[in-house]
Every structure is written in structure tokens, then in C-alpha cells.
Design a binder for this molecule. Sequence first.
Ligand code: T4K
Length: 373
Amino acid sequence: MNDSIFVTQPSMPPLDEYVEYLKEIWESKWLTNNGKFHRQLEKELCDYLGVKYVSLFSNGTLALLTALQALRITGEVITTPYSFVATSHALWWNNIKPVFSDIEPATLNLDPEKIEAAITPLTTAILAVHVYGNPCNTDRIKEIADTYGLKVIYDACHTFGVKVKGVPVLNFGDLSVMSFHATKVYNTFEGGAIICHDEAMKKRIDLLKNFGFAGETTVIAPGINAKMNEVQAAFGLLQLKYVDEAIAKRKRIFSYYCQHLKGIKGVTYMDEMPGVEHCYSYFPVFINEGEFGRNRDYVYEELKKINVYTRRYFYPLISQFPAYRGLESAAAGKMPVAEKVTEEVLCLPIYPDLNYSTIDSIIGKLKVFGSGS
Ligand code: T4K
């Protein structure tokens, strides 16, 4: 491959259409702070996603930080080690202790059956992630949360428009947090959102992302500045027109990978799940060294030699980073499923404009590496 191929590439709408939005921003001189496009995007996203309230943010990390503040979470929170660091960082920044719990092999999300053992008198919430957009076992997590009086926050940063049996996954839990970063299925350059289910909570979140202002001279909470600006919101409105097409293209690429990876010994992947409408945000494969004959890092390095830059999402586990590894719940051997998966995972490129000949080259290489030559 002459050009570098990355794990993802942002979808871009036609520039001339974006320029029309920019002209309006230039004329109005309204750049941020709940502008016209911001209000319109919140409304259109509610309709598209099938949720009651969307509060836009400048990025997903600030949305996570604010979600924890909005629910007044303190003490300890049970969370997954198998995610992007921002998930646990949001707890640290709120002075909350992350308590890691193992994941389940089928979805790579928090294993509900292991959550109860991690609950202590200080536990106030569960922060779960729908990793790669695969839905958590939300029914079981709700049962546990209700039994112990815990709040549930879903990090839905990989989850755009995902439904389970027709129900948007964003409707589960007390709050869900989204990311609209450049690397996501739907992007606003950078961006994010909190999804909530009642008006009072929407008001609280909106206050918190705007320094806590409840009026020109009234500040009722120590808020932050996490507002999405008009340039991002306008881009988001335009992106929404093309997102179905982008997801359809991703689905075709996903199916192509699944079809052609079948039968390569030692390489497994996560197929579509029954009853789930996916968004195909990532395409992770898992290299079992014993069966494949090479380890994951070998494949990662060899693909780089043909200009294919895969990513090891999520290696290392969050619990293995210096900031977290001193925690009791992070001790080696405590989360065998996550510890195995993090050594085997490799995310292959997936994005709407990915060339099928590139996919053929990647699969061809995997077949060659696996045959031991
Ligand atoms: N929770 C979860 C579960 C998350 O996955 C994330 C973010 C968050 C919370 C926090 O949301 P944000 O605050 O980010 O909204 C990337 C993204 O920066 C990050 O948003 C994402 N998760 C994470 C999984 O991946 P990196 O360090 O791998 O990004 P980077 O810059 O290496 O990009 C990956 C590849 O994408 C590049 O090799 C090339 C391509 N790329 C990237 C950018 C930025 C482009 O083609 N164009 C671009 O503009 O973290």
C-alpha cells in the first residue's frame, strides 16, 4: 500500500454544503453559548437517536466528567478496565475511586455476575461501557443497581444509533455519554453529549456545562465550560444527513471482513449479535498465539510494514496504567478475561471509504502470517 491506512478515517460531508452553514455563522456572529445550530442539533439528535433529551458537549470526556457531577456521584464506582482511559479518568478527576471488575467474553463489557462482589458500603454507581458499540447486559445491570441503590452511567462513546430489539441502547441507565470525536462513527470534529430522560436533569446538565449559571448573575453550582460551539454543531447537522449512508457502508465492510476471515485458525472476531442494530464502529480481531502461530504484536508490526496502522484498542487495560495499578482491584490475575483479551486484540481498519482491495491485502497477510511463512 502506498498511502498509509489508519484504523479509522473521519467521514467528511461535502465542503460546499458546510460553507453555507459557515456563512450563516459569519453573518449572525453567534459563535457559541446555546446558539441556533446548537439548539437545532440537540433537537435533531433526539429525533434521530430516539431519546428524550440530548445535551451537547465540546467532547466526550467533559461529558463524562459532568455526568458524574450531575448525579452527584461520590465514593467508589464499579467500572470496566477494558475501555479508553477517559472512562476511568473521569472518575479520578471527580475524586471518585474506580473499582475495576472483569468483563464477559461474549460482549467484552462488564460482567454483571461479577459486579456484586465488587460492591462495598462506599459504592454509589456503576460506570459501564458499551465497548465497540456492543450493548451491555442492561437488564441485569439495572437489577443489581436497583437492589443496591446504585446509579448507572453508560459510556456510550462507541454507540451511535445502536438498538436492542428496536429500543435505543441510549435509553438505558440514568445517563448515557456519547463522543463525537473525529474517530467516531458520527463526528463533529470533537464533540460529545449526555443523554437523559427528564427535563429537570437536562436543566441541571445544561447549567453544569455552562459554569453553573442559572441566570445572568446567579451561579448555583460549580460548573465547568464544556459547551459545543456553533461551528461544531453546524457540522453535526450536516453529518446527520449522511450518517445512515456511512453506517450502511461500515456494515458492508464489517460483513466482508467476517466472510473472509472465516477459517483462519487462531483469528476470531465479534459477529453481529442477535436482535442488535449495530453501528460498526470498530472491527476487533483476536489473535490466539497458540493456534495462529504468531502473537498479536507480530501481526501489528508486520501490518505496519505494508503501511497499515491497526490499533490495539484496548491495550494495556486501564487498570495496568501507572495511575491505576496501585488499586487493589487492579492487581494482576483479578480480571482473567480482560487480561487475556487485551493481549490478543487488534482493531483492523473500518471506515466508510475504506477500499476493499486494502481489506483483501490485510486478510491476505493474516493468511500468510498464520501459515507460519
Ligand atoms: N470513552 C470511550 C469509550 C472512548 O473511546 C473515548 C474516546 C472517550 C470516552 C472520550 O471521548 P472524547 O473525549 O475523545 O470525545 C482515539 C480518540 O482520540 C478518542 O476519542 C477515542 N475514544 C479513542 C478510542 O481513540 P487515539 O489516541 O487512538 O487517537 P489517534 O489520534 O491516534 O487517532 C486514531 C487514528 O485515526 C489515527 O491513526 C488516524 C485517524 N485519524 C485521527 C484523527 C484525530 C484521522 O484520520 N483524522 C483525525 O482527525 O484516541
